[in-house]
Each structure stands twice: as C-alpha cells, then as structure tokens.
Design a protein around this ligand. Structure first.
Ligand code: NDP
Length: 293
C-alpha cells in the first residue's frame, strides 16, 4: 500500500481562492483586510517565513505591512509598535514572528496584542476561548492540521487521534481542535512511556516534535492518516541543507493511508490559515458576519 499524499500546496491554493473572493466582497463594502507582520532581528528562517506571509497577503488582495526592527530592539519599543498597530483601523491582524531576541519576553509581547487582532491565535485569551469551546480565532498551524486531516476524513467523530508534542503553539491547540471535532485525543510528550505503542493506536497521528524523521514506519497503524508539522533542516549530500519533517516520510508512506509531505504539507496551509484569520478578524472588527469558508 502506498499512502495518499495530502497536497498542502493544492489545498492552500483552493482555500486562498475562496479567501480572495471573500476579500473582494469585503473591499466592495469599503473594508480592506490588513495584516501587520513584525520581524525583530535577522533570523534567516524567519525572514523567509515573513516574506512568504506578506507576499501571500498582497496576492489575495489584502493590505500588508512589514515592520522590520533591529535585533537589539528594546522590549518597550516593540510594545509601543504593538500599541500603535492595536489602535490602527487599517490593521485587522498582527503577527509577531517568533522567536524573538533574548532581551524580549515573547509572552509579554503576545499578551499585548489586541485579542481581536490575534491572527496567530497565541494570546492567552484566544487560547482560553479555544479550551472553553467558545467562538474565536484558531491558531494557524493547528487549524491547518485539521483542514488537511478533513481532506481524508469528512468527520473525525470517534477517531483515535494521537498528538506528539504539547507546545502552546501546536500540540495543545491542535489537541483542543481535535477534541472539538469529537476525536478521542491523546497528547504525548518527551515523558510519555512507550511512545511507539501509543502512536500505533492512532487513526490520526499528528507529529509536532521538532526532531528530524523521528516517527518511524512501525509507529504507524496501517492505513492511518499522518499529519507532519515538523520543519527540520538537515545536511544533505553536497553540504547543502534540506528540509524534512518529524516523520520518516519514505518508510511511513508504505504504511500510512494518507500523509502530508514536508515541505508542501502543513506549511503552505498554515499561511493560508493566517490569511483566513485576517479575513475573519476584519469581518469581526467591522461587525459583519463571518465568511462562509
Ligand atoms: P516545541 O519544541 O515547542 O515542542 C516540541 C514538543 O515535542 C514538546 O512538547 C516536547 O515534549 C516534544 N518532544 C520532544 N522530544 C520528544 C520525544 N523524544 N518524544 C516525545 N515528545 C518529544 O516545538 P513546536 O511545537 O513549536 O514545533 C514542533 C515542530 O513543528 C518544529 O519542527 C517546528 O519547526 C514545527 N512547526 C511548523 C510549523 C508549520 O507551519 N509547519 C509551525 C510551527 C512549528 P516536552 O514538552 O516534554 O519537552
């Protein structure tokens, strides 16, 4: 058996088309969804992410602003910028690219973003609303995982879902979203006993660990859907680097029923979900109903 490849690029393009249509409708009402991306320092990976996010925003007809600040920026200066963006009526979404330099406390910065503009979904209020099952913005990568899993399973009701990783950015929120979809959810982490055996129970396995090709084929139940969140740079032949996921893709393909590739899986869908959140935030702030996407 060879797994169905869940094409994140194609799925993201479909979602992007729907977002572009809704954005045009909003613009006709005089509202141009606006996303502000803030980059502090010159981390090369962050530069690439930020560039693709701002390019995509513009491509879908939204207003996009990039604020680049030097690596030695003081926390107070970043907080002042966030205050200005919170108050700016042209901005509906604020994304501060992580990681931040050591002199800046990420939790303080995230908590300073107006929850209505929290398109990354990391604000404690947004996380609390998600945990309480209240409406609100959903964090982009976890939302991307659910959208991709639903390309295979129309409903997740009763399915066994195992999440590897318990970060606030991926593991915990994706578990909350799976629960909201009525999956039976197990969250695993570095202290989990016999992780391979736990993973073998999964109808849906979500890997968000940050360790290259950590999940092996014999951890996967035959026919399971595997969503690989990992982005790991490893040395390839010729001294170049290449990106691999948290799952040993080639061997996993022979066992899984469906699998997301890395790159080209969760990554592009995460960016599409950021655009979706910006559109949703713009509708909410304007007091308009949510787009039917
Ligand atoms: P974190 O480092 O914050 O969390 C990693 C999690 O993996 C922790 O909960 C940790 O457990 C767990 N873990 C580490 N080692 C093991 C182990 N040996 N066995 C079981 N669990 C283990 O990472 P993130 O959640 O931020 O990111 C995870 C991956 O996803 C990274 O590769 C990151 O680059 C990628 N990513 C991709 C995105 C995308 O758009 N595609 C977006 C965000 C992240 P413990 O808590 O016990 O330490």
């Amino acid at each position: 058996m060879t797994a169905t490849i869940i094409d994140g690029k194609a799925a993201a393009a479909e979602l992007g088309d729907a977002i572009a249509v809704e954005t045009l409708r909003l613009r006709e009402k005089g509202i141009e969804p606006g996303l502000a991306v803030v980059l502090v320092g010159d981390n090369p990976a962050s530069e690439i992410y930020v560039r693709s996010k701002t390019a995509k925003t513009a491509a879908l007809g939204m207003h996009s602003v990039l604020h680049k600040m030097p690596g030695e920026t003081a926390q107070t200066d970043l907080l002042s910028l966030i205050d200005r963006l919170n108050a700016d009526p042209a901005i509906h979404g604020i994304l501060v690219q992580l990681p931040l330099p050591p002199q800046i406390d990420s939790d303080t910065i995230i908590a300073a973003i107006a929850p209505a503009k929290d398109v990354d979904g990391f604000h404690p209020l947004t996380a609390g609303r998600l945990a309480a099952g209240l409406p609100g913005l959903k964090p982009c990568t976890p939302l991307a995982c659910i959208i991709l899993a639903k390309r295979i399973h129309k409903k997740l009701d009763g399915l066994e879902a195992v999440v590897i990783g318990r970060s606030n950015i991926v593991g915990k929120p994706v578990a909350q979203l799976l629960l909201a979809e009525n999956a039976t959810v197990t969250i695993t982490h570095s202290k989990t006993r016999d992780l391979p055996a736990v993973c073998r129970r999964a109808d849906i396995l979500i890997a968000a660990i940050g360790k290259a090709e950590f999940v092996r084929a014999d951890w996967i139940k035959p026919g399971a859907t595997v969503i690989d969140v990992g982005i790991n740079r490893v040395l390839a032949d010729g001294g170049k680097t290449r990106v691999v996921g948290d799952v040993a893709y080639e061997e996993a393909r022979a066992v899984a029923g469906a699998i997301t590739p890395v790159p080209g899986g969760v990554g592009p869908m995460t960016i599409a979900c950021l655009m979706l959140n910006t559109l949703r935030a713009a509708c909410d702030i304007a007091g308009l109903p949510q787009p039917k996407i």
